[in-house]
Design a protein around this ligand. Structure first.
Ligand code: OSB
Ligand code: MG
Length: 374
């Protein structure tokens, strides 16, 4: 039985080591919402809400998610007893539209509570089979093709198994051609974060000669139909990110042939129940998936690593180690990657597998609210 009785919301600030620019916005410092969730027996876990500072990736922001968790999500779980963690999402989704990231922060904590309580690693509770996660990097838009080539070269030297370059009109073909010329065999991909429309189809067709592993979300953030038309014209596989907000949208993509790969971010789809259902559906249809990132702290990363241990996560995820983002992370040990681009799934500990540095979190918390069942 899962009985959540208290949720502490914390906002922390973590400056990024390197500014991250994508077509839809720039991030230099993350405002991160962490949750400390306690059940009726006093078992506690930390989770992370991946909503960003601004509504430029999804409609949610840290501030909307904070309000929604405190006004709508917490009251629903405080009043409930769940047989298993998979029952939390249906309860949060019933007559409660959207706000997937706010829902996911509590839904995913429910899985961690069960893992913690039962003494098993979160990855195994989810059904993960991998012990090692091949890792990719997501590189922001750079000021020149030369700068991008240099940045990609460093990432390859670091051992990353997949290199994703953010693109937008004016920072695309020339930049990617320079990278391909410098690294003819590198596993490269591009992520447009909705920067194009179907009018750009002929332009995007020029990507095909670069043999990219995929192009992620070229068209509108909520589109499925136009991506089908574009995919029909391209040999480069399309991967959907923003558009896949539920298992139904994944089914739409498969039915309409709008893409051949899915980037699963558990926060974007409302948590692990939906993330696993998308994983299973894709496995059944021969669609590979990989785990995307939202510039999470080490807390959110633990959840992503656990999810990425499922068998059909067959493409390296955006799961860089702590040192790629932060001077100092909020977990111990910090997340590290081997010289050949592998992150180990922490299987020696129950729950999320890393300890949360609560003293450090207290030190950098700028806003806090405690929600309790009455
Ligand atoms: O589109 O995948 C994206 C970060 C913020 C918002 C959207 C995206 C990203 C990334 C970052 O690509 C990946 C990471 O966390 O390293
Ligand atoms: Mg993306």
């Amino acid at each position: 039985m899962i009985r959540i009785r208290e949720i502490e919301l914390h906002e922390i600030r973590l400056p990024l080591k390197e500014p991250f620019r994508i077509s839809s916005g720039l991030c230099t410092e993350r405002r991160i919402m962490l949750l400390k969730v306690r059940d009726a027996d006093g078992v506690t876990v930390w989770s992370e809400c991946v909503a960003a500072e601004e509504p430029n990736y999804a409609s949610e922001t840290i501030d909307t998610a904070w309000m929604v968790v405190s006004e709508y999500v917490a009251p629903r779980v405080f009043g409930a007893e769940f047989e298993q963690a998979a029952d939390v999402h249906p309860a949060l989704d019933h007559n409660f539209r959207g706000h997937n990231m706010a829902k996911a922060a509590v839904e995913m904590a429910s899985w961690a509570l069960v893992a913690q309580r039962d003494g098993i690693p979160l990855a195994r509770l989810l059904g993960g089979t991998r012990t090692e996660i091949p890792t990719g990097i997501s590189i922001g838009i750079q000021k020149s093709p030369e700068a991008l080539v240099e940045r990609v070269g460093r990432a390859l030297a670091d051992g990353y198994r997949k290199i994703k370059c953010k693109i937008e009109p004016g920072h695309d073909l020339e930049f990617l051609h320079a990278v391909r010329a410098a690294y003819p065999d590198a596993p490269l991909m591009a992520d447009a974060n909705n920067a194009y429309t179907l009018k750009d189809a002929a332009h995007l067709k020029h990507l095909d000669v670069l043999h990219l592993v995929m192009i992620e979300q070229p068209l509108a953030y909520d589109d499925i139909v136009r991506h089908a038309e574009l995919q029909h014209m391209l040999t480069t596989p399309i991967c959907l990110d923003e558009s896949i907000t539920s298992v139904d949208r994944a089914e739409d993509m498969i039915t309409l042939k709008s893409g051949r790969i899915i980037n699963i971010k558990p926060g974007r789809v409302g948590g692990f129940q939906q993330a696993r259902a998308i994983h299973d559906l894709c496995a059944k249809h021969g669609i590979p998936v990989w785990c995307g990132g939202m510039l999470e702290s080490g807390v959110g990363r633990a959840y992503n690593v656990a999810l990425a241990s499922l068998p059909n996560f067959s493409i390296p995820g955006d799961l860089s180690p702590s040192s790629r983002y932060w001077e100092r992370d909020v977990v111990k040990p910090e997340w590290t990657m081997s010289a050949d681009g592998i992150i180990q799934v922490p299987l020696d500990h129950a729950g999320i597998g890393v300890a949360v540095d609560e003293d450090r979190i207290d030190n950098i918390t700028v806003r806090k609210q405690t929600l309790s069942a009455h």
